[in-house]
Design a protein around this ligand. Structure first.
Ligand code: NAX
Length: 327
């Protein structure tokens, strides 16, 4: 049996946490041979609720769960963390301007970035789920000078999984038949679910669907799926978001399959003309715990316009947090 690794999760008493923690404890994220110690961060008023979640984790009698730490202090929860899933964030409330939202989240992700920088394992892999995820990841990253910028990623995997499922349904295929689609850009309504390289059962996806359906139905359905779930369920996506977080960390830690890529929000190195430093959804492959952007994909004019639009939104968010002194 391997030595246990430390997995920090913030917002651990929230609805995503309630799905996520049990999947991690069951070995779905890091493998059935990898014991974990969960290090759970919550705000002080939620610690009582968190203690109930801990009782349930214990009651699960998960063989791979070798310990649980709870705290309202990031310096405790992130201590020696090998993986950090930053789920807790300030949701947009009615009447809140974007500046207010970014500022409130700055109050969360700046100190968390500082704490990760000080106390986490030097190789920590950080995934930001809490919205606005890409820009929250940028805030944490910019406040973690002792870590490498590439250690901070944002979640576009839920969008990626939604895009796979919608395409499989349309083509009457299994999700496992769908390969190599990409979510470019921001986890927001400007994201670009790109089918230009995708295949279904080895056939080019764009030969199987018509362009009008792709542009007018598919892209908006994927981009607005979160709102459709809130409308139907009366609450935002939680189990599917947790599942996507598991997929993101699983593939980052254990690698992607040969010949296949996934979408991750990572710091741009300027590839595909995306401004350097933005945390942007790219097609990536992973080997040995290191991700690499898939290079030299042909980019159509249609794709270019969509990729630039979502980059522009991220630049505006970055400029706003810069003006607030958060990065
Ligand atoms: P909940 O409101 O159920 O839970 C959030 C939890 O975070 C709460 O328990 C709260 O006490 C805690 N929290 C707040 N500030 C904290 C802090 N400073 N330190 C530690 N914990 C803190 O939200 P939930 O449904 O779990 O969603 C969490 C976040 O995920 C939201 O920001 C949501 O917008 C975002 N999402 C992101 C997705 C993505 O694809 N990137 C999809 C799903 C989800 O909407």
């Amino acid at each position: 049996m391997k030595e246990p690794v430390r997995v920090a999760v913030t917002g651990a008493a929230g609805q995503i946490g309630y799905s996520l923690l049990f999947r991690i404890a069951a070995g779905d994220m890091l493998g059935q041979d990898q014991p974990v110690i969960l290090q759970l961060l919550e705000v002080t008023p939620a610690l009582k609720a968190l203690s109930g979640v801990v009782m349930e984790l214990n009651d699960g009698a998960f063989p791979l769960l070798h310990g649980i730490v709870t705290s309202d202090d990031p310096m405790v929860a992130f201590k020696d963390a090998d993986y950090a899933l930053l789920v807790g964030a300030m949701p947009r409330k009615a009447g809140m301007e974007r500046g207010d939202l970014l500022s409130a989240n700055g109050g969360i992700f700046k100190p968390q970035g500082e704490a990760l920088s000080e106390v986490a394992s030097r190789g920590v892999k950080v995934l930001v789920v809490g919205n606005p995820a890409n820009t929250n990841a940028l805030i944490a990253q910019q406040n973690a000078p002792k870590l490498d910028a590439g250690q901070f990623t944002a979640m576009v995997r839920l969008d990626h999984n939604r895009a796979i499922s919608q395409l499989a349904a349309k083509t009457d295929s299994l999700v496992s038949d769908v390969k190599n689609l990409t979510i470019w850009g921001n986890h927001s309504s400007t994201q670009y679910p790109d089918l230009s390289q995708a295949t279904v059962g080895g056939k080019k996806a764009l030969d199987l669907v018509d362009q009008q359906w792709y542009e007018e139905e598919y892209i908006p359905t994927v981009a607005k799926r979160g709102a459709a779930i809130i409308e139907a369920r009366g609450a935002s996506s939680a189990a599917s978001a947790a599942s996507a977080a598991i997929d993101h960390m699983h593939d980052w830690a254990l690698g992607t399959k040969d010949g296949e890529w996934v979408s991750m929000g990572i710091p741009s190195d300027g590839s595909y003309g995306i401004p350097e430093g933005l945390i942007y959804g790219f097609p990536v492959t992973v080997k040995g715990g290191k991700y690499a952007i898939v290079q030299d994909l042909p980019i159509s004019d249609f794709s270019r316009a969509k990729m630039d639009a979502t980059a522009k939104e991220l630049e505006e968010e970055r400029d706003a947090v810069r003006d607030l002194g958060l990065v």
